[in-house]
Design a protein around this ligand. Structure first.
Ligand code: GTP
Ligand code: MG
Length: 204
């Protein structure tokens, strides 16, 4: 899949405020600072399209980016930022849950996990919630440039096994780096295949 155009389409805190034009949505979620906004920029090859920061808690709103005038990439706030006040955390959780549970056009949620670390309880709990809500998801292990190829593969394998302790099968998984563009083609091809399936289904 080639991205020929990526446009910021609006920010919202609840689905009633989302962009009026309806298209299939692919959203990115994960712990604060895991690299959601950076990955969106990498996929679109547009530095600065989604705002990033070395400090956790940068993205506070649901941001829609219209791709090729036919589908959206959606940047979500992160969860699990320890330094945020209880009140702020609650507000962000509401924004995230409102989007994930109520958006009728969400077709796939990419859950991002830092490839350097063991998958955390907070991520596992989040995956369980998605399972209960029957929300389709895929996993992206981010920041793949930060480990050697061997260490990266070992850590990713460990995390896959940890998921398989609780799930019968693995969802689609990818490894990415916003620095080296690792995973770009695979993720975009996967999005294309999901979009093609949607089109075929709606044509029946
Ligand atoms: P919140 O919006 O706060 O939830 O964070 P986020 O998940 O959107 O993370 P963001 O994209 O803002 O990136 C956080 C930090 O990690 C920034 O300093 C990025 O430059 C860095 N980063 C993100 N992805 C990568 C990557 O693939 N490789 C490396 N080396 N750094 C990365
Ligand atoms: Mg962000």
């Amino acid at each position: 899949m080639k991205i020929t155009e990526a446009l910021f389409a609006g920010s919202s805190t609840s689905i009633s405020e989302r962009p009026k034009q309806v298209f299939p949505e692919f959203a990115f979620i994960g712990r604060s600072n895991v690299g959601k906004s950076s990955l969106i920029n990498m996929l679109c090859q547009r530095k600065g399209l989604a705002l990033t920061s070395s400090k956790p808690g940068k993205t506070r709103l649901v941001n829609h980016f219209l791709i090729n005038r036919s589908w959206y990439l959606v940047d979500l706030p992160g969860y699990g930022y320890a330094k945020m006040s209880g009140n702020e955390k609650k507000k962000l959780q509401q924004v995230i849950r409102n989007y994930i549970n109520l958006s009728p056009d969400l077709v796939m949620l990419f859950v991002l996990i830092d490839s350097r670390h063991d998958i955390g309880q907070i991520d596992m709990d989040f995956l369980f919630e998605l399972g209960e809500g029957q929300i389709p998801f895929a996993i992206i292990f981010t920041k793949g440039d930060k480990l050697s190829a061997k260490a990266l593969n070992e850590q990713v394998e460990r995390n896959k096994q940890a998921i398989l302790e609780h799930w019968e099968s693995l969802p689609p998984t990818f490894i990415s780096s916003s620095e080296s563009r690792l995973g770009r083609e695979e993720i975009l091809d996967y999005i294309e295949s999901v979009l093609n399936n949607l089109n075929n289904t709606s044509a029946i």
